[in-house]
Ligand binder design. Structure first.
Ligand code: PEP
Ligand code: MN
Length: 351
């Protein structure tokens, strides 16, 4: 349930409500709005008498949260929650672009791609160092060496890094390098990983599982939020359907549905959503028109030689064209591209 405090509630009154919540074996989650504090009381589903809160000093109203995902739901937080990323706020009016290769393959490949996407207008750099591959014989990523390259790319371009985490025991390593931990589609219901990412308090990009419903995605986000980690953005990346012309089917419906059900930012991945570079820009435009807060796009300097996902990767000049088109669509729907806040970048240096 949600306990809405009066606008003039004192810190002591708020503390007394929290104490009562905890005394009932529930967890209290404070959300301090501009006008008033809302306290979420989340338990294990056992009934708790709402009347005992109604009469505490400073309490205005007590409202049940009907959704199974309490902290992720718009019932708990009505306003969009903002996810700070290197001086921009994902979830605000400005559309945010994350771009880079599927995998970090070499220093030159990463640095050249990083400079190119930055030049084209990206706000953040993506690139996997630990790769979840369907085949054990496929390229598995460079591991820590790849993370070192990402750190150098951040150093040179000023762009924050989004990179995938596959195992809870990698938290100490990944949090040293990543600005945002990506939890991939295959791990959306890896509860040990969700738990560890929640405990880490590190920002998370949570991708929808290819066979997960929207409610299951929100329940996965709830795992992270329930550890007090509020910096979570969700990513629609296509679901598996009977269609075989495209790799996945981008669920455009999920964008307005998520925007209505949750306050968390929603990002679209048109690269995995389609699996073909020719369709990526069209679906990127559709995603922004449908209300996505940003895009994560695979870009490679030489897609035909990519070690993973080359067929869906854009060349840098095609990404630059995507940015132009997405800017136009953003403006058509009353938004804009978020301002670029990177510090001045160092030139591409030789090894
Ligand atoms: C990726 O972003 O390269 C990736 C593996 O994505 P997903 O988890 O959505 O398949
Ligand atoms: Mn990929």
């Amino acid at each position: 349930m949600m306990i809405i405090m009066r606008t003039n509630a004192t810190p002591q009154e708020i503390a007394a409500v929290v104490e009562r919540i905890e005394g009932n074996g529930l967890r209290a989650h404070l959300s301090k709005g501009e006008e008033r504090t809302v306290i979420g009381a989340v338990g294990d589903g056992r009934p708790v008498l709402k009347d005992q809160f109604l009469h505490l000093p400073g309490v205005d109203r007590v409202i049940p949260i009907t959704r199974p995902y309490k902290l992720a739901s718009r019932e708990f937080i009505a306003e969009n929650s903002l996810f700070p990323l290197n001086g921009v706020q994902v979830g605000d009016q400005g559309v945010v672009l994350i771009a880079g290769p599927c995998s970090v393959e070499s220093r030159t490949q990463l640095l050249e791609t990083a400079h190119a996407v930055r030049e084209a207008g990206a706000h953040a750099l993506r690139g996997g160092a630990f790769k979840p591959r369907t085949s054990p014989y496929s390229f598995q990523g460079l591991g820590e060496a790849g993370l070192e390259m990402l750190a150098e790319a951040r150093e040179q371009t000023g762009m924050p890094i989004v990179t995938e985490i596959m195992a809870p025991e990698h938290i100490p390593l990944l949090t040293r390098y990543a600005d945002v931990l990506q939890i991939g589609a295959r791990n959306m219901q890896n509860y040990a990983l969700l738990h560890a990412a929640g405990e880490s308090q590190h920002p998370v990009l949570l991708k929808r599982g290819m066979m997960a419903t929207i409610d299951e995605l929100l329940m996965a986000a709830e795992y992270i939020l329930s550890h007090g980690n509020r910096r979570v953005m969700l990513c629609e990346r296509g679901i598996r359907t009977f269609e075989s012309v495209t790799r996945n089917t981008t669920d455009i419906n999920a964008i307005p549905a998520l925007k209505s059900l949750t306050h968390l930012p929603v990002i679209l991945d048109p690269s995995h959503g389609t699996g073909h570079w020719e369709y990526v820009t069209a679906i990127a435009r559709a995603g922004i028109a449908a209300g996505a807060d940003g895009l994560i796009v695979e870009v490679h300097i030489n897609p035909s030689e990519a070690l993973s996902d080359g067929g869906q990767s854009l060349k840098p000049e095609r990404f630059a064209e995507l940015v132009r088109q997405v800017r136009a669509v953003s403006e058509a729907v009353g938004r804009s591209l978020a301002p670029i806040r990177h510090p001045v970048s160092a030139p591409l240096s030789e090894p």
